[in-house]
Design a protein around this ligand. Structure first.
Ligand SMILES: Nc1ncnc2c1ncn2[C@@H]1O[C@H](COP(=O)(O)OP(=O)(O)OP(=O)(O)O)[C@@H](O)[C@H]1O
Ligand SMILES: Cc1ncsc1CCO
Length: 254
């Protein structure tokens, strides 16, 4: 189980992420025993990523200043062989985001792109009806397009939705299950991207580790949905990550 392996390793994950999900992402990483650090000041990101085990670049509230920080941190991570995960949040929404993602993908070698269907369509330049950060609607042969993107950028691609699809450009994996409440609170995809950065720091086959993580996360959604209360659903996600990463053992004070 990837969540419990992350707990054993306690990787430091440097997150350059959006201000909507930063707190939830930090708590989700902590719940699985990883150490989060959020830092997006360009004067310090090189130094910060140098002490990290993994880097997350999330485009959710990108601006001119943070884009520059993403470039600096990404290039340094490449130099030091630190895995980089790219979450192209809302990339279809504006031309600025499209230019930003092109620039990042040209200059930084990312190990994983984790996105929803709409974001994949934009990266692959496939016609799609997106709206802000929502996945949107359209017609696309997901496996074919995801594999093309993986080959083009020489990286793994994981596309989430009711079923998640993961590929290295050749192998194809699907994970099923979970709960649609995951789309009704903000940041569940962003947190999965951060957890993916933690998973890519583990020994073993990166794609297998990610597949296991995505299955774990579907299970997290199922456990969290026991209560079906939207207001506390984010908290239940954190509780379920905590529980699964501890091999199902409840937390007790010792
Ligand atoms: N209809 C659905 N049924 C079950 N699970 C779903 C459904 N849609 C998405 N999920 C799950 O929700 C999680 C987040 O995926 P989603 O595609 O919503 O990410 P996202 O759009 O990037 O999210 P965000 O931008 O809010 O962080 C994944 O674990 C995915 O499997
Ligand atoms: C709502 C929202 N807007 C920019 S990022 C974000 C959070 C997750 O996508």
């Amino acid at each position: 189980m990837t969540l419990s392996s992350i707990r054993k390793k306690n990787p430091l994950v440097h997150c350059i992420t959006n201000y909507v999900v930063a707190n939830f992402t930090a708590n989700g990483l902590l719940a699985t025993g990883a150490s989060p650090v959020m830092a997006d000041e360009m004067e310090e990101v090189e130094e910060m990523v140098s002490i990290a085990n993994g880097l997350l670049i999330n485009l959710g509230t990108v601006n001119v200043r943070t884009l520059e920080s993403m470039m600096i941190a990404g290039k340094k991570a490449n130099e030091l062989n630190i895995p980089v995960v790219l979450d192209p949040v809302g990339v279809g929404a504006t031309k600025y985001r499209q230019r930003a993602i092109k620039d990042i993908l040209e200059k930084v070698n990312v190990q994983l792109i984790r996105c929803n269907m709409g974001e994949l369509a934009t990266i692959a330049e496939v016609e799609w009806q997106g709206r802000g950060v929502d996945s949107g609607n359209g017609d696309m042969d997901l496996p074919t397009v995801a594999k093309q993107v993986a080959i083009k950028y020489n990286c793994l691609v994981a596309v989430t939705g009711s079923k998640d699809f993961l590929t290295d450009g050749y192998l194809e994996y699907w994970t099923v299950g979970g709960h649609e409440l995951m789309t009704q609170v903000t940041g569940t995809g962003c947190l999965l991207s951060a957890l993916s950065a933690a998973a890519l720091t583990l020994e073993g086959n990166p794609l297998s580790n990610l597949c296991e993580l995505f299955m774990d996360y579907k299970r997290v959604a199922e456990l969290a949905s026991d209560h079906l209360l939207l207001g506390t659903f984010q908290e239940e996600i954190i509780n379920s990550i905590h529980l699964l990463s501890r091999g199902g053992k409840q937390w007790t004070l010792s």
